[in-house]
Design a protein around this ligand. Structure first.
Ligand SMILES: NC(=O)c1ccc[n+]([C@@H]2O[C@H](COP(=O)([O-])OP(=O)(O)OC[C@H]3O[C@@H](n4cnc5c(N)ncnc54)[C@H](O)[C@@H]3O)[C@@H](O)[C@H]2O)c1
Ligand SMILES: [Zn+2]
Ligand SMILES: [Zn+2]
Length: 361
């Protein structure tokens, strides 16, 4: 019997989202039904609503969540009703060409639920990042549900499921920040501040936060930024060079994803430095750089998908860091809201008033 649940749906490109009843099927083979407890609002949800990710409307939004397993489908042996989980948008298949090359964090055939959730009239929903957790219940593949220590409350734990993992991993895994490195992070929202926290824990000697908003820069200092640059009135490339002996940073993380921030990140690096692009650009965006500069500045230009994480390995680790006081997840939570408040939360995100609004379901 399908389960009826209230959920946040984007019906049409750019239109305000709506809270609607949906039908969540019973879990099929390899899938699990999850009672969602909390789900953070990530900028990617807004990209979905605006049609910047794809055109597979209607979308069921939400992908940064913690909850409890309610039912398991046939063949699921490592999860049981009552287990406390954080949902992941990557569940490596073990068989694709990337998994076979021992790079499961790129898995090209990541697992999702085998059955679609629908509107009450049977219209199939596309679950954002294969999750869809701005809902009382959701259906995911078992590999997407990662058991973590239940003493971490869901409002904080759920943040590991996207923005915090993406930012932290962009610094630690993709950027390979190491002891003594200099790091700059452009864009200090949930993702950028997690990158700052990751770089700081990895031993960076200098972590320079760049944003257009002084409030975000204040927050960045509390996550471990040693210096801040407001790029509204200052050239951030010059500022970062000045703070790094005239050279530029060893690792620069673009957590905005616009042509102008990519260009800044590119020139803010020291020679042979690493650029990590974690912000997601829109389909219309272009960048024009002298090919000679690409060659002569050397180094590495990388994209970071989900912080190159392996959820089953990394989520429990980040939760342990949180519980031992080494990763302040609580500080990301600007407010807790209800499912009905999503549009207001998007507006606050656009005005830069929040790091994370977290929906408590
Ligand atoms: N690669 C991944 O796996 C992944 C995962 C999650 C989110 N994302 C993407 O990361 C980006 C950030 O997400 P978020 O949830 O932190 O968003 P957010 O809206 O909370 O934060 C964005 C920050 O960037 C700042 N900013 C905007 N334009 C700027 C500019 N020109 N220069 C400097 N700062 C600027 C804003 O003031 C804000 O502080 C989004 O594009 C999101 O889609 C990527
Ligand atoms: Zn996200
Ligand atoms: Zn795979």
């Amino acid at each position: 019997m399908p389960h009826e649940a209230r959920a946040v749906v984007a019906l049409k490109k750019g239109a305000p989202v709506e809270v609607l009843p949906i039908l969540v099927p019973d879990p099929g083979p390899g899938d699990v039904l999850v009672t969602v407890q909390a789900c953070g609002v990530c900028h990617t949800d807004l990209h979905y609503r605006d049609g910047a990710i794809g055109d597979d409307f209607p979308y069921l939004l939400g992908h940064e969540a913690a909850g409890v397993i309610e039912e398991v489908g046939p063949g699921v042996t490592d999860l049981a009703p009552g287990d406390y989980v954080v949902l992941a948008w990557r569940a490596p298949c073990g068989q694709c060409r990337s998994c076979r090359r021992a790079r499961p964090w790129y898995c090209f055939a990541s697992r999702n639920a085998g059955r679609a959730m629908t509107l009450m009239d049977g219209t199939e929903l596309t679950a954002a990042l294969g999750i869809g957790a701005f809902a009382e219940k959701t259906l995911v593949a078992a590999g997407q549900a990662v058991k973590v220590d239940p003493s971490a409350r869901p409002e904080a734990a759920g943040l590991i499921g996207c923005g915090v993992m993406a930012g932290y991993g962009a610094a630690v895994h993709t950027g390979e920040v190491g002891s003594g490195d200099t790091v700059a992070v452009i864009g200090c929202g949930g993702v950028g501040n997690a990158a700052i926290a990751g770089a700081s824990r990895a031993g960076a000697r200098r972590v320079i936060a760049v944003d257009l908003d002084d409030g975000k820069l204040d927050a960045a200092e509390r996550f471990g930024a040693t210096d801040t640059v407001n790029s509204r009135g200052t050239d951030p490339v010059e500022a970062v060079r000045a703070l790094t002996g005239g050279h530029g940073a060893d690792v620069v993380i673009d957590a905005v994803g616009r042509p102008e921030t990519y260009r800044q990140a590119f020139y803010m690096r020291d020679l042979a430095g690493t650029l990590v692009q974690v912000g997601v650009p829109g389909p219309e965006m272009r960048i024009d750089l002298p090919l000679l500069d690409l060659f002569s500045r050397g180094g590495a230009l990388k994209s970071s998908w989900y912080g190159d994480c392996l959820p089953s390995r990394d989520f429990p680790v980040l939760i342990d860091l949180f519980l031992s006081g080494k990763l302040d997840l609580e500080r990301f939570i600007s407010e807790t809201i209800a499912l009905d408040d999503l549009e207001a939360a998007f507006a606050k995100m656009q005005r830069g008033q929040v790091l994370r609004s977290v929906v408590v379901v």
